[in-house]
Design a protein around this ligand. Structure first.
Ligand code: SF4
Length: 235
């Protein structure tokens, strides 16, 4: 059997192995506190990293702490986070989220998620305004070392092009499908996520993927079906 025609599970594990050999293996250490990660990830939606960081810092410089953000005038909060996309939507979502956490926990802290089963934690997080599957999985994996898989635009694009998931699979469904084929280990999942993310940023870019430099070209559906035939059909 040709490598590109391998069953999806075998191809996923082979992709993991090949990218592990190409990119450095990472330990899973939280880069930010859980509340920082939650609010930053909400701010990051359709926004580049520099603008997300600027919005986060401006917000806390202006309103000092989470209580200050809760009490802020909504329009002033939107102004403070204006470097992000959709500040008018994000400002009320952030305030509603902070209020809900405070009401339920008696403080603005989500540290309780550490002891909550994965399914329950996912359900709770995705019930917050403005928190989708991507934000919830990033938070649970990065901060609480839960075995879930965040699928962002890069992970999704590479997975579809290589053929780990079908062409019609949505990003939301891709989380569960890819997770089902990978080891249920937080560090393995973290590396799979980061390596596909880097690969999508550097090699398998949206426009003009650098297939000639790609360690996955031998198993990639896109490379075989599209590039080898010379049909320029962006995935
Ligand atoms: S061979 Fe090309 S399309 Fe396939 S994963 Fe590599 S860069 Fe992306």
């Amino acid at each position: 059997m040709e490598a590109h025609a391998l069953p999806a599970e075998e191809k996923t594990l082979l992709t993991h192995k090949l990218l592990n050999q190409s990119y450095k293996w990472l330990t899973l250490d939280s880069r930010r506190t859980p509340m920082h990660e939650l609010i930053s990830t909400m701010l990051s939606h359709r926004t580049n990293h520099a603008d997300e960081v600027k919005a986060y810092n401006t917000m806390l410089e202006r309103f000092v702490d989470w209580e200050g953000v809760i009490q802020a005038d909504e329009a002033e909060l939107a102004d403070a986070i204006q470097t992000t996309r959709y500040p008018g939507q994000k400002a009320p979502q952030i305030q509603q989220t902070l209020r809900r956490i405070k009401e339920e926990q008696g403080q603005v802290s989500i540290d309780f998620l550490k002891d909550m089963p994965v399914e329950e934690a996912m359900h709770w997080l995705t019930s917050l305004p403005g928190v989708g599957l991507k934000t919830a999985t990033l938070l649970l994996l990065f901060n609480f070392k839960k075995p879930v898989l965040p699928v962002d635009t890069h992970v999704f694009r590479v997975s579809q092009r290589v053929g780990l998931i079908g062409a019609k699979v949505t990003a939301n469904k891709a989380h569960a499908i890819l997770l089902g084929m990978l080891p249920k280990d937080a560090v393995e999942l973290f590396n799979f996520h980061k390596h596909l993310f880097w690969h999508g940023q550097r090699i398998c870019t949206f426009y003009s993927p650098k297939c000639q430099d790609c360690v996955l070209s031998g198993i990639c559906n896109y490379f075989k079906d599209v590039r080898e035939k010379g049909i320029d059909k962006a995935a």
